[in-house]
Design a binder for this molecule. Structure first.
Ligand SMILES: C[S@@+](CC[C@H](N)C(=O)[O-])C[C@H]1O[C@@H](n2cnc3c(N)ncnc32)[C@H](O)[C@@H]1O
Length: 160
């Protein structure tokens, strides 16, 4: 199946230089992630790893939740989808060992384009934490994901 052509705004977002500071990640001067969210990420990771198995994470950010998911021994495979190429680079620098061992996989792209390659009922847990890339999508960017989460989660499993 062909992916949709990429729009201008997405292009300039992808070409922008994210700013990684000690406590935050900014993309196009927009606060995407902050270190103070650590406890919240820990909580989300503890819920999404309850059943172990195959976990999908959408949006890498600073990799805080990714680190907690990796800490769970119950998880066999942890797949991450991240759209921004420089955030992917950052992820590779942080989790080189886990990526080499295959305990973590990272797919570069927008989830809207990548999810169609996944089978139904593939995951035991899904953590969705992306940031809107336009102001218009501020409160709605996650709505279309619900249907996909329902398709991808094994029956009765966990999405946060
Ligand atoms: C809030 S951060 C994720 C924070 C992460 N949970 C952590 O603990 O650091 C959101 C991430 O989603 C990515 N993102 C935004 N839109 C996306 C999309 N449509 N598909 C995949 N990744 C996306 C951003 O580049 C950013 O890295």
């Amino acid at each position: 199946m062909k992916n949709k052509p990429i729009d201008k705004f997405k292009c300039s977002w992808l070409e922008s230089n994210p700013k990684f500071t000690k406590n935050s990640l900014l993309i196009k001067n927009y606060q995407v992630m902050q270190k103070w969210e650590d406890d919240y990420m820990k909580e989300l990771a503890s819920v999404v790893t309850l059943k172990g198995g195959d976990v999908l994470e959408v949006g890498f950010g600073l990799g805080i939740s990714a680190g907690y998911i990796q800490n769970s021994r119950r998880v066999h495979r942890h797949t991450i989808i991240e759209a921004h190429p420089q955030v992917v680079k950052y992820a590779i620098s942080l989790f080189n060992k886990q990526l080499r061992s295959g305990r973590m996989n990272i797919l570069q792209g927008f989830w809207e384009d990548i999810l169609l390659y996944f089978k139904d009922k593939q995951f035991d847990g899904i953590l969705f934490d992306t940031s809107p890339i336009t102001k218009e999508k501020l409160f709605f960017h996650y709505f279309p994901f619900f249907k996909e989460a329902h398709r991808l989660l094994k029956k009765g499993e966990i999405g946060v």
